[in-house]
Each structure stands twice: as structure tokens, then as C-alpha cells.
Design a binder for this molecule. Structure first.
Ligand SMILES: O=C(O)CCC(=O)C(=O)O
Length: 371
């Protein structure tokens, strides 16, 4: 870890601290530009967001229907929830409980993990890129690499006592689930389900544990601005509603909490791999005035030094090569230099279709604004 950039910043104020101070108004820097206000753009249709029952994949007669369901969900929204995925409820609950315990620790206990260096494999911070953000976001987070777990677990927090064990169990289970979902997605693209099998098993996994404390002015703030993930696939566990996804008509939909369910999001690297058949889903985290919300996002892609490129069989005369290759390390280099709210505000007021398009068109550089 680069200690120079991990030095605690004197001006660091976490969102949790602000909530504990009992503010009735949010500090000005948390007010997002009006184009990003969370109200007003919510879809009022009762669209049913797709729920995929993974246990049905074992049923030879139903399997083709499930593959088709995943195909439509990825194509139309870049989003679906999964149920009967094999991860016990207790494993998910233990991970959430330990995450809550971590954020409940006194500030000094968390500060030794404070870092604004996006290249650090373990870091605690607030907002998105606290050093660079001109607008702050109402969240604190702990991020750590997780696959292969033996490489990283010693660097994870030792307090709470059971954090490593419980978050470790969840991380390994999600890594395995991701490998299974990836096979289904590849099949839905008419690729061999084993495509990149080894690279995916040895791929990167970043666990992002988000804590969004109750916010006195939730209509003016966001926990996270609209963004797409750099990943091939992200899997999110949430304890309360707050995640919203944007549909192709630019309407926002709240993602309901399904007991035992997990959320699957298509990321930019899948957009590249599928040569644009599946697009990274734009999503954001809203906050509320009553309760603290926790989410655990697991972002999966190829290993740090590897590049993702369009699958050769998905490129032909009708589907011309539309993306540059890019990887996790390109993404880290990109975000270390960006103020994301500038990018998001410009994208959503002027050119929404371009928000996640910096890897599009082989003639452009691979630079993608992501969380
Ligand atoms: O809190 C959520 O539900 C969203 C988290 C997220 O988008 C992220 O960590 O990138």
C-alpha cells in the first residue's frame, strides 16, 4: 500500500459522523446539481423488474426458458435479480451484520484504513473519490479485493472480530455464484458457457461495502450518483430499498428488496465483451431520512493486468467491432483523475447516451467514468 497517499486527511468527515451530529440540513457540498436530483424522474409505471430463479437451470425442459429470460433481461435492462441461487440466507445476513458492526466502530478504529488512493487493495473512505469530488455523496464505504481470497484476507479489517470470517464466506460464495451466472450469460449470447472459464475463475473481485446513514434532506443528496460499473458483472446485496436502475427510456426504477435475493448488474466490461449486445446498466443509490442502508456490491472482472475485448464470434459484418479492449487497471487509472459528478452531470443533461461510451469505437481511447 502506498502509505503517502493513505495518510489520513485532516479534513476527512464521514457521512456517518454528520448524521451523528444530528444535522437538520445537509452541508452545501452534499447538494447534487438539480439535473441529478433523485425526485421527478422515477418511472410511475409498475414495471416488474426481472427475477430469475436459478434453481430452474437444473431442469432440462426449463433451462432454455431461463437462458432466454436472462438474455432479455441483459438486453433490455442490463439488470435482473436472482433467487434460489444457493447462498444461504445466514451467510448473507452474517456479512451484512459484520458490515454494520464495522461502520458502528468508533472513527479512530476505521481511520487506519482511510485512503484516497484508488489503487489500494483495502480502503475506507466517504463519498466517491473524496479528494477529487466537488460534490460529496452521502455514503461511507469499505472496499477490498477478495479473489483469490488467500491473497487479500490478511489485509481486511481485524475488527469486528468475525469480519474476515463472515465477509470471507460471503465473498467466496458470491465469487462462485458469479462464475455460474457468467456461464448462463455466455450461453445467452450463444457463446460456449466455458468461454474464458479460467480467466473468470482467477478474475478480480472487489467487495464494496456501502453504508448510507439516514440523511436529513434525501431529496437534495445522493448516496452514489448515476454510474455504470466497470465490471463484467456486479452482484449486490441490499438490506433496504435505495438502489435505482435506469431503463432505456431514461426512467428510474427502484429495485425492491427480495428476501434472500441478489441483484445482478451488467457492467461495462460485459458491454465490451458482448460487442454492445448487452449494455452496462446505469444505476444510483438514493438515501432516506429514516434509516441507515447497507449494501455489499461484489464487482467481478478479469484479473488486474488482463484486458477484456469483444468475443470474436460476436463480431461480423452486421456487428462490426465497436469497442476497444480495456481492463480493471485502465479503469483505476481513469478514476484516479476524474471528478465523477462533473462527468455524470454533463452526461445526463447533455449526452446521456455517452455516459458509458468511452470504450466505444475502436478509434477512441479507453477511458470510462465509473464507481
Ligand atoms: O448501494 C447500492 O445499492 C449501489 C452500490 C453501487 O452502485 C456501487 O457500490 O457501485
Amino acid at each position: 500500500m502506498d502509505k503517502s497517499s493513505a495518510t489520513p486527511n485532516d479534513s476527512f468527515t464521514s457521512a456517518i459522523t454528520l448524521t451523528e451530529e444530528g444535522l437538520t440540513c445537509i452541508p452545501k457540498r452534499y447538494i447534487v446539481p438539480s439535473s441529478l436530483h433523485p425526485n421527478g424522474t422515477l418511472s410511475n409505471s409498475n414495471t416488474c423488474l426481472p427475477i430469475v430463479d436459478l434453481s430452474l437451470l437444473q431442469h432440462p425442459l426449463l433451462r432454455p426458458q431461463i437462458i432466454q429470460q436472462v438474455h432479455l433481461a441483459c438486453k433490455e435492462l442490463g439488470f435482473f435479480q436472482v433467487v434460489n441461487h444457493g447462498i444461504p440466507l445466514s451467510v448473507m445476513k452474517d456479512a451484512l451484520d459484520n458490515a454494520i458492526e464495522f461502520f458502528d466502530l468508533p472513527s479512530e478504529e476505521k481511520m487506519h484504513l482511510l485512503s484516497s488512493n484508488v489503487h489500494d487493495p483495502v480502503r475506507y473512505s466517504t463519498s466517491l473519490n473524496d479528494d477529487k469530488d466537488k460534490v460529496s455523496f452521502w455514503r461511507d464505504f469499505l472496499k477490498h479485493y477478495a479473489n483469490p481470497i488467500s491473497n487479500w484476507i490478511d489485509l481486511w479489517p481485524s475488527n469486528p472480530t468475525f469480519y474476515k470470517e463472515k465477509m470471507g464466506n460471503y465473498s467466496m460464495a458470491v465469487q462462485k455464484l458469479q462464475e455460474e451466472i457468467m456461464e448462463v450469460i455466455f450461453e445467452s449470447l450463444e457463446l460456449n458457457p466455458d468461454y474464458l472459464h479460467e480467466d473468470i475463475a482467477k478474475g478480480s473481485q472487489v467487495i464494496v461495502v456501502n453504508c448510507y446513514p439516514a440523511c436529513p434532506e434525501p431529496d437534495l443528496a445522493l448516496g452514489l450518483p448515476p454510474h455504470t460499473d466497470y465490471s463484467l458483472l456486479s452482484i449486490i446485496l441490499q438490506n433496504h430499498q435505495g438502489l435505482q436502475i435506469m431503463d432505456r427510456d431514461e426512467k428510474w426504477h427502484s429495485v425492491p428488496v427480495i428476501e434472500g435475493g441478489l441483484i445482478a448488474l451488467v457492467g461495462d466490461h460485459m458491454e465490451v465483451l458482448s460487442n454492445g449486445q448487452y449494455k452496462g446498466v446505469v444505476h444510483r443509490a438514493t438515501v432516506n431520512s429514516e434509516k441507515k442502508r447497507l449494501s455489499i456490491a461484489s464487482l467481478h472482472s478479469l484479473a488486474l493486468g488482463k484486458k477484456v475485448r469483444p468475443a470474436p464470434s460476436l463480431v461480423d459484418e452486421q456487428h462490426i467491432l465497436s469497442y476497444n479492449e480495456g481492463g480493471f487497471s485502465d479503469f483505476l487509472d481513469f478514476i484516479s483523475g476524474e471528478d465523477i459528478v462533473q462527468v455524470a452531470a454533463v452526461s445526463y443533461t447533455e449526452a446521456p447516451q455517452n455516459f458509458s461510451s468511452s470504450v466505444k469505437d475502436p478509434k477512441t481511447e479507453n477511458r470510462t467514468p465509473k464507481s
